[in-house]
Design a protein around this ligand. Structure first.
Ligand code: UT7
Length: 373
């Protein structure tokens, strides 16, 4: 054995050099985790977004299926959305990376200071490996861990909460959170699929979550829930290990709609308005806040009517709620970071503000984050 090591030592050396093993910046500074005490908070230090250039209006959709601008606006508030155009070079990961580069730049850190990548999506580039490692490669970040979050519309909240835990324990200092979706490639753009296809759009948002020493600032708390009994009420079950590729090829069935997303719209709507309200209230109660103390609510952009219902329930003014579903449709894991980025860019989020993020969607899953900016 010793002989073998001697003979192969040069290979180990080269491997070590090539792998550029990196200790997370937080651990380099001798930080130890005291289990009984939160040592740090986390804050969002940089935001970015990217949407494809190709704008698809409601009238464009009316030309390929039986729908209308009036129906879509009345039921959803959506006027247009962005779709990746074949050949434009975009994918879920490519869009996520474009958003991430802006977020990293605005956080004022070098990409190599990222200790962990969390990638939330329901439309990954590959079946496996996950989108996190693909983003890591495109960002040219050598060896930090990269993890995928599979929680659909709530994906960004689940990812933010995960990042927050890693930072609160002192484990990591800078975490890149990406939410990105390429819906358009997999929707049914015939009248058969109109109940789903008019709603969803493509796009990505990203946030850098960074250690904050002031415990009264940053992410104050996050609240996560799921209810798996409704898993199939908003789902895409076709591409799965229930039926592997040889079976699919053998069936070759053009009428098999299990390859398109399915949504029981009314059930989802009814659950959404209840769960949004509950989980926002849960976050406010946890932090002894009243609804009128919310400076900015960023709801997952599921349907403008759902956001308006929640706004009314909490008695919030138009200035206290940010919506951009009118322009982008529902971009699932991308929707909160896209809306948060736009609200911040428009100067609607300022230091000291109470910002509430809330989501509900497939799973069913739902969650909220309460942030003191
Ligand atoms: O982000 C994940 C969470 N997702 C959501 O929160 C979405 C929640 N659900 C919704 O937003 C709404 O349920 C939808 C917008 C999806 C649908 O609105 P709805 O008012 O619940 O419509 P519906 O499904 O009950 O359908 C009403 C009618 C039907 O026709 P009939 O059976 O009454 O003749 C549908 O076939 O509207 C028809 N319809 C359409 N008509 C024109 C469904 N989609 C369309 C369409 N254009 N795109």
């Amino acid at each position: 054995m010793a002989e073998w090591f001697k003979a192969h030592a040069w290979k180990v050396c080269i491997l070590e050099m090539e792998s550029r093993v990196r200790i997370p910046s937080s651990l380099q500074k001798n930080s130890y985790i005291n289990k009984n005490q939160i040592m740090y908070n986390s804050k969002i230090s940089g935001l970015g977004m990217y949407v494809p250039e190709n704008v698809v209006t409601n009238d464009d959709l009316s030309k390929i299926m039986d729908t209308s601008n009036e129906w879509i606006i009345e039921r959803t508030g959506i006027r247009e959305r962005r779709h990746i155009k074949k050949g434009d070079g975009n994918s879920t990961v490519v869009m996520g990376v474009k958003a991430a580069k802006i977020a990293i730049d605005r956080a004022g850190i070098h990409k190599d200071e990222i200790d962990l990548i969390l990638f939330a999506t329901l439309s990954p580039d590959f079946y496996f490996p996950g989108s996190g490692v693909l983003a890591q490669d495109q960002l040219e970040i050598p060896n930090c861990p990269a993890m995928d979050i599979r929680n659909q519309c709530s994906g960004f909240i689940y990812a933010i909460s995960t990042a927050d835990q890693f930072i609160k324990t002192g484990m990591y200092k800078n975490i890149l959170v990406i939410g990105s979706e390429n819906h358009s490639g997999g929707l049914d753009f015939t009248t058969r699929g109109r109940g789903v296809s008019v709603i969803f759009g493509d796009g990505a948002g990203a946030a850098v979550v960074t250690r904050e020493d002031n415990l009264s600032k940053g992410i104050l708390s996050s609240h996560l829930h799921s209810e798996g009994k409704y898993a199939e009420e908003l789902s895409l079950i076709g591409p799965s290990t229930n039926r592997w590729v040889p079976e699919i090829l053998e069936a070759n069935d053009p009428d098999d709609i299990s390859y398109y997303p399915y949504m029981n719209g009314q059930l989802v709507f009814k659950n959404a308005v209840v769960r949004f309200s509950e989980v926002i209230m849960e976050g406010l109660n946890k932090n002894n806040l009243q609804p009128d103390q919310i400076d900015m609510l960023i709801p997952h952009q599921a349907n403008l009517r759902i956001s308006q219902f929640v706004q009314k329930k909490f008695g919030l003014s138009d200035d206290q709620v940010y919506n951009n579903i009118q322009k982008y449709g529902n971009t699932t894991a991308g929707s909160i970071p896209i809306a948060l980025t736009e609200a911040w860019e428009e100067g609607k989020i300022n230091s000291g503000d109470i910002v509430v993020l809330a989501a509900f969607g497939s799973g069913f899953t739902w969650g909220s984050s309460i942030i003191k900016w």
